[in-house]
Design a protein around this ligand. Structure first.
Ligand code: SAM
Length: 285
């Protein structure tokens, strides 16, 4: 448990993840029925891009800050920057929203959000951010255990039939984490088949992902889409060259929206050799 997201907040992987997350939320909100969102690896919820951790890596400079300098025109980018601005209006000009903050920003008063964070210090920060929001439950617990414990939604939330599960682990023990993610998705989809799952993964060398992605069509999801952003060629196993979002049961037409935004992100955030990929691993029925 050495990973702290404060070192990486607002980097190119966060930009991809948070743009896709907001796009999924907005698609779910197209219908009035309530939504339940489970964020299995929530982090602390709110970051500062001028704190010592963020400044030590400077990763946001090549991510959200570069995007802000000259944002390409696209509705999904505009939506993300609108949420960033709302966060900055509420928390100061150098703040950056984590996934729980974005969920709370995007979702409505009758929607519900469960967030899980295993690190006690990060969980305490998360509780402080959402102490006054009755829609958000903060669980200082293992996010994979929460898939078993919280899906399908129970108690007052049992009335909710539409949902989203965000899985954003640190991949500290790379190969084991991929196995754990696949097992959690298999179990969670069996428990609550209609949910949309958004699973983030890092890319060093893309071919190292083949064993993981080959297993995805075997999951009990109706459809599976991958959206990847490589900011440089995937030729070094020593650094994160890009990242991907694996989307199980993605909302209708999300693929078309991502197809138009990914080239813009690769163009704006990428170095020479940047690329993107959008592929169905299982096509919708
Ligand atoms: N989703 C966050 C966002 O987009 O703002 C960032 C999350 S960060 C990549 C991963 C977080 O998962 C870390 O804060 C780490 O402490 C936490 N974590 C690690 N293992 C966990 C587990 N098994 N269950 C819940 N949280 C875990």
């Amino acid at each position: 448990m050495n990973y702290r997201h404060a070192f990486h907040a607002g980097n190119h992987a966060d930009v991809l993840k948070h743009i896709v997350l907001l796009a999924i939320c907005d698609a779910l909100l197209a219908k009035p029925a309530a939504v339940f969102a489970l964020d299995t690896h929530a982090g602390r919820g709110l970051y500062r891009l001028d704190d010592a951790q963020a400044l030590r890596t400077g990763e946001a400079a090549a991510g959200v800050l570069r995007l802000l300098e000259d944002p390409p025109r696209h509705p999904l980018i505009a939506r993300y920057l609108e949420a960033l601005q709302a966060c900055r209006t509420a928390h100061g000009d150098t703040s950056y929203p984590g996934s729980p903050w974005l969920l709370a920003h995007a979702l409505r008063s009758h929607d519900r959000i469960a967030t899980c964070e295993l690190h006690p210090g990060e969980a305490a920060e998360l509780k402080a951010v959402f102490g006054g929001d009755p829609r958000v439950a903060v669980h200082a617990r293992d996010g994979y255990d929460a898939v078993r414990a919280l899906l399908p939604p129970r108690g007052p939330e049992a009335r909710i039939h539409r949902g989203l599960v965000l899985v954003d682990p640190p991949y500290e023990a790379q190969l084991e984490e991929f196995d754990t993610v696949v097992a959690a998705a298999r179990d969670g989809l069996a428990r609550w088949p209609q949910a949309c799952w958004a699973i983030w993964y890092p890319i060093k060398r893309r071919r190292a992902l083949h064993p993981f992605l080959r297993r995805i069509p075997g999951l009990p999801a109706k459809s599976a889409l991958v959206a990847e952003l490589l900011v440089r060629p995937d030729d070094s196993p020593l650094r994160m060259n890009g990242s991907g979002m694996l989307l199980l049961n993605p909302p209708w037409q999300l693929d078309a929206r991502l197809a138009s935004v990914l080239p813009l992100l690769a163009g704006r955030l990428g170095e020479p050799g940047a690329s993107w990929r959008l592929d169905w691993l299982r096509s919708p029925p």
